[in-house]
Structure formats: C-alpha cells, structure tokens
Design a protein around this ligand. Structure first.
Ligand code: 5AD
Ligand code: FES
Length: 357
C-alpha cells in the first residue's frame, strides 16, 4: 500500500485506498480534510447554495426499520401540509433568494398524491416567476410519475440508496418486494433516464455496516455517476425495530467523524458534484453542518417546514431546529456559514457542475 500522503495525490482511488482514507486518524485525518477543502475550492469555489426544505407530509406507506416516521410507528401524528402552507414556505424561500426548494414527504404513490405534487410544482413555478429550482424527494415512483413531475417543473430528485451493499440494505428494511434493493436501483435508473439531476446517499454507521461497505458506497456514487450526494450519520430512533441493535454500533461521535471523512473522501473522488451538509450531522454536533461545509460539502438545506409539523417529522432522535421559525433559522445560518469561511450563493440555482458538464 502507498503511503497516505501519496494516496492523497491520486485522482483515481481503489477500494483499499478509499478504506485507508476513511480510516485516517490524527495528522492523516487533518491532511485529508485540508486536501478535500483545497479540491473543493479549486473545483467549485467556496459558495454554499441553499435548498429550503419543506417536509410537506409524513404519511408513509413504507416501513423502513430505521425510520421514525415508518408506517407502523403509531406514536406519530400524521399530517399533510395544506397547499397554502407549502406555498407560503416556498414564497419565503424565493423572497429570501434561496435558489431552490426541496419538497420531501413520506412515500405514497396514489394517483391523488401524484396529482397533488403536479399541482404544487406548477404553483411553485407560478409564484416564483419560474425562478425557484425544485428538487423532489418523494421516494420510489413509477417512471411515468417521474416523467410527469419532471415535465411539471421538478429538475432534481433525491433518493438515497441508504446502503449500496444489498445485504445491509436487506437487513435494514422489511423483507418484501415493496422494500427491495432492486426496486430502489431501478428507481435511480429511471430518474436518470428521465433527465433529473440525480441525488443519492447513504446512512453512515448503520448496524451491520463495515468501513469496506462505505468505501463501496463511494464507488457506487461514482459508478452511477450521481450529480448530488446527501449522506449523514445513522441516528437510532427508539420507536423503530433497528433500535435494538444500538449497542452494536459505533458511538455517535465515531459516526459523526466517519461522516465527515466520507464527505471529504467523496470530494476527492468526485470533485465537481454537489454534496449536502446533512442535517443529521447537527443532531450530534451543533456545528456539524458547518464542519462539513469546511471540508468539502457545498449545499445546505434550511428547514422551512411549518413549525407545528416539525416534531412529527422526526426521522431520528435529536433532529435539530424543531422550534425555530424560518427567519431565525436563516439568521443563525448566515452567521454560521460565514464562520466556516464560505459564501452564500443567494438567488442562484447552484446546479451541480458535474451535471452541467
Ligand atoms: N438516522 C439517520 N438518517 C435517517 N433517515 C431516515 N431515518 C434515519 C435515521 N434513523 C434518512 C434516510 C432517508 C432520509 C430522508 O433520512 O437516509 O433517505
Ligand atoms: Fe417511509 Fe422508509 S419509512 S420511506
């Protein structure tokens, strides 16, 4: 194996080299972070783009074993934000010159839901003069649905693979066709074929997941040629089946640190993609997202979900910003981003350079 400093000079990375980067400690870890920061600055610059996140419904037909809003969690009060509430959040984003919004929900594929999203897309374009970019994150759908939403104005889609190791994927989902790895892969292919900028990602520090799996996750992103990645630490949720494995996993601090190293290593592997500073980082460290921005991430998703709904969208424990309204969130973010040495790309879509190429 090459010395660590030689690996850092690579532009291509083998699986074993990625494992070495993810295992970096002490001085090596600092060198990795410095290198990722310099690759980011020289490739895409120091701008951070905002995507206002609207979690517009927590109704979900799926039962992922890690997720707090899974169908079987009866403690969750289900909600669906009204059109007015959603549009108001989007209006806030537009007026404050956030380039884009992300509409996220639990997974439903009823015709009524599909139509509702169509309408929302059209209205968001209407109220923002066609200026707001729209990302969807509404799970697995048919290719027809993806096409229809694309035609109605969505141009990016986020669908995490959660883990690219089919064995790990199986262990963190119910065993049925509705939760199959192949179905997830097909959805990613369909999204690509329909012309979206494609975003995916994984959870870091899952039960049954090894460092080698994370290296494979990075190679998976490269192989499917993604434009955007959002990945953050797995955080156990008491009301989910996976909670019983909490004693088998890394500490929160270790998961956090590994998540930072994943971001930095991915920046070396795919210099021109968009990488989000995941909200889950902030559930472990109050400055978690800013730390990710410093070492390679360039996208931030301020939460614009109406405050009353936020406590019912707890995918994991300690999810931050539960009671901050959008204005407060914005002010606090601006200050934090400046501290991390980045500049906010107001009023810009901030599309992935990778996609534009
Ligand atoms: N910990 C961390 N992330 C989670 N997600 C869902 N549940 C958890 C959890 N317990 C992430 C998944 C999903 C995204 C919307 O939230 O990766 O794709
Ligand atoms: Fe809702 Fe996984 S629990 S999509």
């Amino acid at each position: 194996m090459k010395p660590f400093t030689d690996i850092l000079q690579n532009t291509e990375y083998s699986h074993d080299e990625l494992v070495s980067l993810l295992n970096a400690e002490g001085n090596d870890r600092q060198l990795l972070f410095q290198k990722a920061q310099s690759v980011k600055l020289s490739t895409i610059g120091n701008k951070v783009y905002f995507r206002g996140l609207v979690e517009f419904s927590n109704i979900c037909t799926k039962d992922c074993l890690y997720c707090g809003i899974r169908k079987s969690n009866e403690k969750v009060i289900r909600y669906e934000a009204t059109d007015e509430e959603i549009l108001e959040a989007c209006q806030f984003a537009w007026k404050n010159r956030f380039g884009s919004v992300v509409l996220q929900s639990g997974e439903i594929s009823s015709p009524a839901f599909v139509k509702r999203v169509d309408l929302l897309l059209r209205k968001i374009k209407e109220i923002s003069n066609g200026e707001l970019g729209i990302t969807l994150s509404c799970g697995e759908q048919t290719i027809e649905t993806y096409r229809q939403w694309r035609e109605n104005g969505a141009h990016r889609y986020l669908l995490r693979i959660e883990s690219s190791n089919p064995e790990v994927y199986r262990k963190i989902h119910p065993k049925n066709d509705f939760h199959s790895f192949d179905r997830r892969l097909q959805a990613l292919k369909d999204l690509k074929a329909t012309g979206y900028q494609l975003g995916t990602g994984v959870m870091i520090g899952l039960p049954f997941q090894a460092i080698e799996d994370l290296a494979d996750d990075l190679l998976f992103f490269k192989q499917i040629d993604v434009d955007m990645v959002g990945m953050g630490p797995y955080i156990e949720h008491e009301d989910t089946p996976l909670y019983k494995f909490r004693k088998t996993i890394k500490t929160k601090q270790e998961r956090f640190d590994l998540a930072l190293k994943m971001v930095a290593t991915l920046r070396l592997l795919m210099p021109d993609i968009n990488i989000a500073a995941a909200t889950a980082l902030q559930a472990i460290d109050p400055a978690g997202r800013e730390k990710a921005l410093t070492i390679g991430a360039n996208i931030l998703m301020p939460n614009l979900t109406p405050c009353d709904y936020r406590k019912e969208y707890q995918l994991y424990e300690d999810k931050p910003c539960l009671d901050e309204d959008a204005e407060l969130c914005r002010n606090c973010l601006e200050a934090r981003i400046e501290l991390s040495g980045c500049e906010i790309g107001y009023g810009e879509w901030g599309d992935s350079k990778h996609f534009l190429k």
